[in-house]
Design a protein around this ligand. Structure first.
Ligand SMILES: Cc1cc2nc3c(=O)[nH]c(=O)nc-3n(C[C@H](O)[C@H](O)[C@H](O)COP(=O)(O)O)c2cc1C
Length: 453
């Protein structure tokens, strides 16, 4: 029985009835993405009949919060503590002599476009793209490992462009360019929920080995094998690994690509990966992450940890939500157990300072459900007076992924304190309640009603 990586998770998804299997032929150009998008990228789908290939494709794994929680053995209430604990207490990995990912090793005549059905998603995308590849490198000075997802544009059968939006990695590549040194790199596909989540921990903020965060999350050592030609380790039970180098000083034009927030990103020169070796399991499954909900949520679950840490200095925090509509990076909603006037404004300061991407923040009381848009709107409608409850910071650093920021290169940030006043004045805001509502057993009244009409 598989314990780690994609095949283990597919079994768990299958058993819990969360996996859709598509046996009808789909074209990897547009059609596969269209099917995934139909379900708003919230439904894991295994495509067993992809045109022009005998390799199956899995997509849509990472767009649903509840599935995520189920797959990493947590729940909504405990998630932040669980993720924080894994970051604070990383655990060792285990190096195996061999593993299924090494069942097939190719080092000659590499053409990944013939081996795998790499999809093209949007009308104006410049090429087919690998969107779920977890990239692993080692810091050339400290030897520390870094994993993260970077999208990869297919330039040729053994050549990919890599989009890096990380100051750390960009800095390293510049240093290597000056020293005329190449960087060894591996790209991992066919992993599980915990592995993806760990890859989304910010290196800038925590500087941890994300393989070790993964071990802590899964509660057992992540099993690794050495790469075939380069000095890196990859998960033994992954489906597919590309090994290669990022050659110093070589770049190719990348984009456009329909990316974050659904817009086409910039066309620009980016580093490339020259693929030297391909390793894959027998009957490999190719993994895709359709832009952009899966990216938003996977990354956002870790951003919620960051937000929680920043705001908990200012008030007693009930919960935080980096909303899907805000790309899980621009909008934060925080509910608090307000104890003194000023708690709301303090939380606004903490939240806006938590990350340069954070643009709009709403703080509400603990009686508001911050995952219910109507409830939040109700608080805005009835608990806010603009002249005293709204904080505007203009001309701050923002995100280059927000087109409205890019017009000026700076951004305005807004915080809204939608908490009710304490004391006498607060009584006016008590919600009307129906005694016994929470405990009502609806099936007693409608015996055939099973939780949905
Ligand atoms: C599906 C998906 C696609 C992503 N694509 C990219 C990308 O193309 N470029 C990038 O720099 N970050 C991308 N990210 C975000 C990074 O993987 C993430 O910020 C990671 O934590 C960065 O790690 P670092 O702090 O070590 O740089 C993506 C994330 C996901 C979940």
């Amino acid at each position: 029985m598989e314990r780690q990586m994609l095949r283990a998770d597919l079994e768990k998804l299958r058993k819990s009835g969360k996996l859709l299997v598509c046996e009808r032929q789909v074209d990897p150009k547009f059609e596969l993405g269209a099917v995934l998008k139909h379900f708003s990228n919230k439904k894991p789908i295994l495509f067993n009949n992809v045109k022009g290939s005998n390799v199956s494709v899995i997509g849509g794994m990472f767009g649903d919060r509840d599935i995520f929680y189920h797959m990493v053995n947590t729940n909504h209430e405990q998630r932040i503590c669980k993720f924080m604990d894994a970051i604070a207490n990383p655990q060792s990995t285990k190096l195996l002599d061999n593993g299924p990912v090494k069942e097939n090793i190719l080092t000659r005549n590499i053409d990944i476009t013939r081996l795998f059905p790499i999809p093209t998603f949007h009308e104006s995308d410049s090429s087919s793209f690998i969107t779920a590849g977890v990239v692993i490198i080692k810091d050339h000075e400290t030897g520390k490992r870094y994993t993260s997802i970077r999208r990869l544009q297919v330039n040729r059968g053994d050549n990919l462009s890599i989009l890096i939006a990380s100051p750390l990695l960009t800095g390293q590549l510049q240093e290597l360019k000056a020293k005329k040194k190449d960087l060894e790199v591996a790209v991992i596909l066919g992993y599980d929920y915990g592995f993806l989540l760990a890859s989304q921990v910010s290196s800038e903020l925590y500087g941890v080995d994300k393989y070790e965060v993964d071990s802590a999350l899964r509660g057992e050592p992540l099993e690794l094998v050495k790469c075939h030609q380069i000095d890196l380790e990859v998960p033994a039970h992954a489906e597919i690994v590309f090994e290669g180098v990022i050659p110093h000083g070589k770049e190719e034009v990348e984009g456009p690509f329909g990316e974050l927030m659904g817009y086409y990103g910039n066309i620009a020169n980016h580093p490339v990966i020259e693929v030297k070796t391909v390793m894959f399991r027998n009957n490999p499954i190719f993994q895709v992450s359709f832009p952009c909900r899966e990216e938003h949520l996977s990354n956002g679950l870790m951003r919620e940890v960051e937000l929680y840490m920043h705001v908990s200095k200012f008030a007693d925090i009930k919960d935080v939500n980096m909303t899907i509509g805000g790309g899980c990076r621009f909008h934060g909603i925080v509910s608090i157990n307000k104890k003194q006037e000023g708690d709301g404004k303090g939380v606004i300061l903490g939240a806006l300072g938590s990350n340069k991407d954070m643009k709009h923040v709403i703080v509400v009381d603990k009686d508001i459900d911050i995952f219910d848009g109507d409830d939040i709107e109700g608080a805005l409608a009835t608990r806010v007076q603009a002249s005293k409850d709204i904080v505007v910071v203009s001309g701050a650093h923002g995100s280059g992924l927000d087109p409205s920021h890019n017009i000026r290169g700076i951004t305005d940030k807004v915080g809204i304190d939608a908490t009710k006043p304490l004391g006498e004045a607060g009584i006016k805001f008590n919600k009307a309640i129906i005694p016994g509502y929470e405990k009502i057993d609806i099936e007693k009244y409608f015996p055939k009603f099973k939780g949905g009409m």
